[in-house]
Structures are given as C-alpha cells and as structure tokens.
Design a protein around this ligand. Sequence first.
Ligand code: ADP
Ligand code: MG
Length: 416
Amino acid sequence: MVDLAALLRTTFGFEGFRGVQRQVVDRVLAGANTLAVMPTGAGKSLCYQLPALAMPGTCIVISPLIALMHDQLRAAEAVGIRAATLTSVDTNQAETRARFRSGDLDLLYVAPERASSEGFRRLLGEGRLSLFAIDEAHCVSEWGHDFRPDYRLLKPLMDAHPDVPRLALTATADAHTRADILTQLGIPDDGLIVAGFDRPNIRYAITPKANTARQIAALIAETPGPGIVYAQTRSGAEKLAGQLAATGRPTRAYHAGLDPAVRARNQADFVASEDMVIVATVAFGMGIDKPDVRFVAHAGIPKSIEAYYQETGRAGRDGDPSVAHMFWGAEDFARARARLNEVDEARLAGERARLDALAGLVETPGCRRAVLLRHFGEDPPETCGNCDNCLNAPGVIDATETARKLLSAVYRTGQS
Ligand code: ADP
Ligand code: MG
C-alpha cells in the first residue's frame, strides 16, 4: 500500500490534505465512481494526480480547454509527474502514443473531441488505464452553463473499460446539473461528494447602479490592494479603465480584443502588482492564481450565480478580508432576458432558471451568502454577518452607527 501522506509531501510539497481531498482520493483508490463538486482553488487536480501516481497505469484526464491543459501539463511535469497532452496542436502525438502504450505516462490530458475518434478508442485498449478523470464535468450537462456535446461521448468510451474508476470534477454545479452529471457519466447517486463552498473572508455587497464609474472609484478608494473590475463588454472595459485611472491607482484593461502581447503584459503586471486595478471582461481570470486580490467588482450582472461565485472567488484566496461588490441595473436583466429569445429549446429552461436564480440573489433582502450557499446545495445559517444585507440589518445599523460616532468623537478628541 502506498503511503499517501509521504507522496503528498515529497511529490507535491503539501503538509496534508485539504477539505474533502482525502475523502475523494480514498474513494478513487477503492475503485468507486465519484463526482466531486469543489469550489475553484479547492485543489481538484490533486484528487486525480495523487491516485494517478499511486495506481499502476495511466490516468486519462478529459479537459475542455487546450490552453488550460498545457498549463496543467507544465505544473504536473514541474513536480515530476510523467504527463503528456494529446491535442490537435501537439506535434509529438506519435511519441505520446508510444509512451502511453509502454506505460511511461501517469497522466494523459485529452480534449473531449478525442473521445469520438476511433483511433483514440483503439489506443486506450493498447495501454494500461488507472483512472478516468473528467475535469469541468458540468460541460456534460445541458443544464450546466457551458454544455459541450462531445462530453456526451465520454460515457460510451468509459463503458468499454468497466473496471477503470471514474472521477468527475466540477466547481459549478447546481442540484439539477449534478443529477445530470451523475446520469450522463454513469456515477451512482452515493458517489457525490460536495465540498464547503463558503468563503467567509469575502464580504458580499450588491447595489443598484447610479454612476457606476464613481461607485467603483469609491470602492477602490476604500480598498487598498489589487482588484478586478468585471465589465460587460470590451468597449465597456476600455472606457471604465480610462475613468478609473483618475483614482490614481495603476489601472489596466484586459479583454480578448487587445493585442495578445499587451494582454499578456497587463496580466503579468497585475499578478506581480500590490495595488493594480484590472478592468476586464470575463475572459480574465481563468488559470490565474493570485492570492492577494482584495476586491472584485462587477459593473453589471454576471451570467449566472455560478459565474458570480467563480468570478468573486478570485478575491481573497489568501484568506484575508476581501470584498465582492456588484453594481447592477434593471437594463442588465432586460438585456439578459432578451438574449433568452436566441437560446435554443434544449437549453432554454436551464438558462431561464439561471437568470431567475441570479435575480433572486440580487433582490433578496436577506443574507447574500445564504442564497449563494443554498444554490450550491448547502444548508447555511440565516445570517452571515459579512454581507451588505446582514450588516445593514436594523440591529446592526445601530451598532455600526454608534461605533462610528464613538470613533469620530475619539478622532476629534485626538485632533484637538
Ligand atoms: P481547482 O482545480 O480546484 O481550482 P487546483 O487543483 O488548481 O484547484 O489547486 C489550487 C491550488 O491549491 C494550487 O496552487 C494547488 O497547488 C493548491 N493545493 C491543492 N491541494 C493542496 C493541499 N492539500 N495543500 C496545499 N495546497 C494545495
Ligand atoms: Mg481545476
């Protein structure tokens, strides 16, 4: 039996498991099919990487984005895992296939399109498999926010290897999507493991737009440290970046319309900075691991609660107090509802439910965190004490008002 703790320490340099990692890894090693729902940053990769090292054979990792795959490949190779990618942009495919056949790979990252290729199906029979890991597993569901039809081909592919365990991983599955993932990937209901989604150090606030640029400038003024502002469009990001530059904080724009070199430089500068504000479209943030982001602002509504959770989740990864502040307008919802007309029949119910859930979060007079956590299937307390609605609840206003008066009295005394 492999010493998991030793493997964790020597290979990954981690002192111990985090959250549900141990539970997930144990199930995988026992050969059970599993769906792990864990928030971004919780450490999903380890849940398949560690078993891949502990078990003989190759772990096939399905991942939807080639760019992310190559990031993960570099990270895996950096800790000495034998890994490769098999994608349309790889020129060393023959070599990778040979390595798989000879048992020289712990991890093989492939795009879901491969699942439908006859050649790949044959290849799987020519080597030894340890595990199927399906990353971003919500892509298999039409209920999910990012349906990828090719994910539907994974089950037949895996069914051909009934003795190889399956581990599906996602950060963003509501109850409907989860049930669908279990069915679509052939995982039993009792194979579901959900990690805690609460991010207690993030203070949530949601405010109607008045003058968005001025509102966000005020947020910047009272929040030192790096921050991300999400704009709805490229031109919106450019304009807002220009307006926010007046705050005196270094400010950059980031969106897919920028020259790739400029975009890469802005991202690198932001990651290195201790006070920069980056005004971005949602193209920004994936794959970025910056622990000290102190605020995330939304100038307009995000696409869904899942998107909101993921985008705001880039704040405060270091555990220090951080702010997530959304500024919304009725016109945002009007535009989103108008867009529903273009959605095809199969996805309409899901899209409508997603928008309604988001409206529920925006309009609630109650605890924001409770709405968020319930959305992710948790059963939170009624109040969190760290969102705008909890902090502005009647009893609390009195307390903060009193504290404020006291403080200003102290301040005046100190001045005189
Ligand atoms: P996810 O895919 O869930 O968003 P990742 O697998 O990319 O998360 O991991 C996020 C970060 O957490 C990485 O920097 C990883 O090295 C780190 N990490 C994962 N597991 C542990 C652990 N047990 N102890 C310390 N750090 C960990
Ligand atoms: Mg991941």
